[in-house]
Design a protein around this ligand. Structure first.
Ligand code: XMP
Length: 512
């Protein structure tokens, strides 16, 4: 196995993902539990992640000394490189200029990490994100690559098999990064490829059985792929000890609620309670326009309704959710400080401490596309597995300002026209997520001979690998104008349509 010590970078889980793609089992563990994990896992290699912290600050996180006392191979990434250098007798200084984004490194010398990939004298694209830099090498290390902002962009101690890179090989913007990580895992650490989704499924089934015993589990279905896959996996593990509860908050898209109910009751024969809570949610959302307030209310109410259902069903000790890793990282900080909360995610942010049910979250380590692979592995219909992600808070976060029943109905109409056109054009699968947003802004228009004063509908479509970063989908103008025409003609209350051209970052995918 490979052990990844997490120092709180926003992209730590991507390292785990790349290691899995190389077919090797790995665990991502907060640095503070590093010593225990080293003893437990006895890993063949350890990767140190990046961090929002600075090694030049007193009290900043460190790798366990036991790691450097052992002869386990190490790869330090960004902060991980710096803390390794500092702990082994080198020096790190606060940089005079930050290096952020795309950079080019010059390969100075060959090394095992670059084997079959990069050669001395070549120049390659990498992705940088750092302020500090190494200033003096620890004994035994040599420099194998440099950039203008980082004279120690890659360092190597071949004898003790310790490597450090200032750039981030785990992100897609370092095109050779995945292969570089695979080099570490296979060539340096000597692991062989055995990890697979079938293996993950079997391991999780065993975990779920061990956690749950003969207890009852309630699974919250949101209507999306994640909670559905979680439910089917849990059902495989414990059969009818599982009851699914579909809290229908009335913030779903056209036809979605019916689809979910059909899939569970008819296709899988999984016990399902369908709770129509539209009125409760809409009443609570009345007058609320702050995005975080909406998210928190919906998350909390969702859990409240659950608790009430759990009581009715009697004796369920566990609550299952389809929480994914991206839901976790933007809300949680391993370093207890610097990692910033971007949004309170539905599954995490609204979870009240008072809840007396334990959580079963079998997808917590997976990214969206991995969940799809697992869904297919479990035999979910392709039309369902291939569905675009849909956020837990639903249409509420696609209606900036106050959410009303009328606004939801208007948005549903516009959204289904948009998706209908996307499907007809054969573009659905090329897009990660496409949806309409209903703005509270009114603008003047003219229809027939009359003046209109109605709302603006924004269209969003992005491509993405994992939802962490995204690019806009470049529709051609004829397509967009056809959609705009249909929406304005067919949806009362909307008289203008705009297209959102913002990538993530700096935008997020959802508007709130
Ligand atoms: P953002 O807007 O943060 O979204 O760029 C990234 C991905 O996450 C989805 N999303 C959510 N999913 N609960 C969820 O289950 C939520 O609260 C939530 N908020 C955003 C979003 O649709 C996109 O796929």
């Amino acid at each position: 196995a490979i052990l990844i010590l997490d120092f709180g970078s926003q992209v730590s889980q991507l390292i785990a993902r790349r290691v899995r793609e190389a077919g090797v089992y790995c665990e991502l563990v907060p640095f503070s539990k590093g010593e225990e994990a080293l003893a437990r896992l006895n890993p063949r290699g350890v990767i140190l992640s990046g961090s929002p912290a600075s090694t030049t600050e007193i009290g900043s996180p460190r790798a366990p000394q036991a790691l450097f006392d052992s002869d386990v191979p190490v790869l330090g990434i960004c902060y991980g490189e710096q803390t390794m250098a500092a702990q082994l007798g080198g020096a790190v200084v606060a940089g005079d200029h930050r290096e952020f984004g795309r950079a080019f490194i010059d390969i100075a010398e060959d090394c095992l990490l670059f084997d079959g990939l990069w050669k001395a004298g070549e120049r390659h694209q990498v992705w940088m994100s750092h302020g500090d830099r190494i200033d003096r090498l620890p004994p035994g290390f040599r420099v194998v690559a440099t950039t203008s902002g980082a004279p120690f962009a890659a360092i190597a101690d071949d004898e003790r098999r310790r490597y450090g890179v200032q750039f981030h090989p785990e992100v897609v913007h370092t095109p050779d990064g995945a292969r570089l990580l695979a080099n570490f895992v296979r060539n340096v650490a000597g692991c062989t490829a055995t990890w697979s989704m079938a293996g993950y499924r079997a391991a999780k089934v065993a975990d779920i059985r061990a956690q749950v015993g003969d207890g009852k589990v309630i699974c919250g279905l949101s209507g999306g792929v994640d909670s559905a896959v979680a439910a089917v996996l849990i059902h495989e593990a414990i059969g009818d000890q599982l009851t699914c509860v579909f809290v229908d908050h009335g913030l779903m898209r056209t036809g979605e609620a019916e689809q979910v109910v059909g899939l569970f009751r008819e296709h899988y024969h999984i016990p399902l309670v369908h709770v129509d809570a539209e009125e409760l949610f809409l009443a609570g959302l009345a007058g609320v326009s702050d995005p975080e307030a909406k998210r928190k209310f919906i998350g909390k109410t969702f859990i409240d309704v659950f608790e009430a259902e759990a009581k009715k069903l009697g004796g369920a000790k566990f609550l299952a959710q389809g929480t994914l890793y991206p839901d976790v990282i933007e809300s949680v900080s391993y370093t207890g400080g610097p990692s910033v909360t971007i949004k309170s995610h539905h599954n995490v942010g609204g979870l009240p401490e008072r809840m007396d049910m334990a959580l079963v979250e079998p997808l917590r380590e997976l990214f969206k596309d991995e969940v799809r692979v697992l869904g297919r592995e479990l035999g979910l219909p392709e039309a369902f597995v291939g569905r675009h992600p849909f956020p837990g808070p639903g249409l509420a976060i696609r209606i900036p300002g106050e959410v009303t029943k009328e606004a939801c109905d208007t948005l549903r109409k516009a959204d289904s026209i948009y998706l209908d056109e996307i499907r007809k054009a054969g573009l659905y699968d090329a897009i990660w997520q496409a949806f309409a947003v209903l703005l509270p802004v009114r603008t003047v228009g003219v229809m027939g001979d009359g003046r209109t004063y109605d709302k603006v509908c924004a269209l969003r479509a992005v491509t993405s690998i994992d939802g962490m970063t995204a690019d806009i989908y470049p529709f051609d103008a004829a397509f967009l104008s056809a959609v705009a025409t249909r929406i304005v003609n067919e949806v009362p209350g909307i008289n203008r349509v705009v297209y959102d051209y913002t990538s993530k970052p700096p935008g997020t995918i959802e508007w709130e």
